[in-house]
Design a binder for this molecule. Structure first.
Ligand code: GLU
Length: 367
């Protein structure tokens, strides 16, 4: 299964990256992960790593088991740089370039920021780098905070159209009850739908834990996001070195099957879930280009109406009929200035360039 994956997101929890006794980074484990990753061929890889708060606690000598939000944020600030450096060192020695991306809930919930974050990640992946993502804990306040990297990893997987999300955890999958409390709990190898019954097995969120905050509840919330977005998900025990290689060799895990495929899920989101904020009317040449699978270039747009910002959903009309819907790369005023022009003129007219298309093909759905 791992061999057919085009884009994979791997989430690494604090509990497996940072030693619970010494509070030090588990360097040997990280080196083994780097080797595992170097052995994955032809797959775009994104890592979502926790550990900033756990490492920062140690650096700032904040030993109390419960920290205030401000203290956690301070720890994240002190720990994030160590975390990034550790990945840079471990992967760098194998010739892999890493890049740090710190996201907030806003970046994944607001279309414009989503598109921006997405295009940065796509660019990094296109350049062969491995983005290392964490929540921007230092600035995210409680109300706008994920707080756990399970859901952040699922949103990231959705954002880049990943086909597999692996949560490397301190447990080898989902059980009918918490196996640490109930020895009779049964392991569930495959979940084909994240139903109410499945959600109940996750219990309550583990909000008071010292280093990691996830618990099974947030992992199941992540499974809901990922599988609905067309991304399969795996929970496995990542504590031993070489966890990804072990998974390849059949290590115990729970597999959550995607209910759709990434393209279809994205098309549904753009085509159905978003309310259009404006209309771009196109000419026959553009219609032909769109039917042939191209992006919508400014040259084929005759008129622009509505009130929209960059990243908003708009309708594309030909002869009064809506033929497509998509997320625009330019706002209403900019689109109006660009209509009918060659893409090479964009910088002359606007003073900057956000891509040659008004709507990039990846953000466009034919109706
Ligand atoms: N973002 C937090 C950190 O890096 C961890 C969140 C989580 O435990 O999932 O420490």
């Amino acid at each position: 299964m791992l061999d057919d994956v085009k884009t994979i997101v791997i989430k690494i929890g604090s509990a497996i990256l940072v030693d619970s006794q010494t509070h030090a980074l588990r360097e040997g484990w990280l080196d083994a992960l780097a080797h595992d990753l170097a052995n994955i061929e032809d797959t775009r890889i994104v890592l979502v790593s926790s550990g900033a708060i756990a490492l920062g606690r140690e650096r700032l000598k904040l030993t109390s088991p419960s920290l205030s939000l401000a203290e956690k944020q301070a720890c994240a600030a002190a720990g994030q740089s160590s975390l990034t450096r550790a990945y840079e060192d471990a992967l760098g020695q194998l010739g892999i370039v890493t890049a740090q991306a710190l996201l907030t809930l806003n970046d994944t919930e607001h279309r414009r920021r989503w598109l921006n974050a997405r295009s940065t990640l796509e660019t990094l992946l296109g350049l062969g780098a491995i983005p290392i993502i964490n929540e921007n804990d230092t600035v995210a306040t409680d109300e706008i905070r994920y707080g756990d990297n399970d859901r952040l990893a699922a949103r990231t997987a959705q954002m880049i159209g990943a086909d597999l999300l692996i949560l490397l955890s301190d447990i080898d999958g989902l059980y009918t009850a918490d196996p640490r409390e109930n020895p009779k709990a049964n392991h569930i190898p495959v979940v084909t739908a994240v139903t109410e019954d499945i959600l109940e097995m996750g219990g309550a969120p583990n909000a008071t834990a010292g280093v990691g905050t996830g618990g099974m509840a947030t992992k199941l919330a992540a499974a809901q996001i990922a599988t609905n977005a067309g991304c399969d998900m795996i929970i496995c025990d990542g504590r031993m070195s070489g966890a990804i290689a072990a998974l390849r060799n059949g290590a115990k895990h729970t597999f959550f099957k995607a209910t759709s495929n990434p393209r279809k899920a994205r098309a549904q989101w753009i085509g159905g879930a978003l309310k259009p904020h404006g209309i771009l009317t196109i000419d026959a040449g553009a219609l032909k280009a769109l039917n042939g699978g191209s992006s919508l270039l400014p040259a084929g747009v005759i008129s622009v109406s509505g009130e929209f910002g960059k990243g908003h959903s708009v309708s594309v009309e030909f002869n009064g009929t809506e033929i497509a819907r998509g997320l625009v790369s330019y706002d209403m005023d900019e689109a109006d200035k660009l209509k009918g022009l060659q893409s090479s003129k964009i910088t002359d007219v606007l003073g900057y360039d956000n891509g040659a298309a008004l709507i990039h093909r990846d953000n466009l759905v034919m109706l």
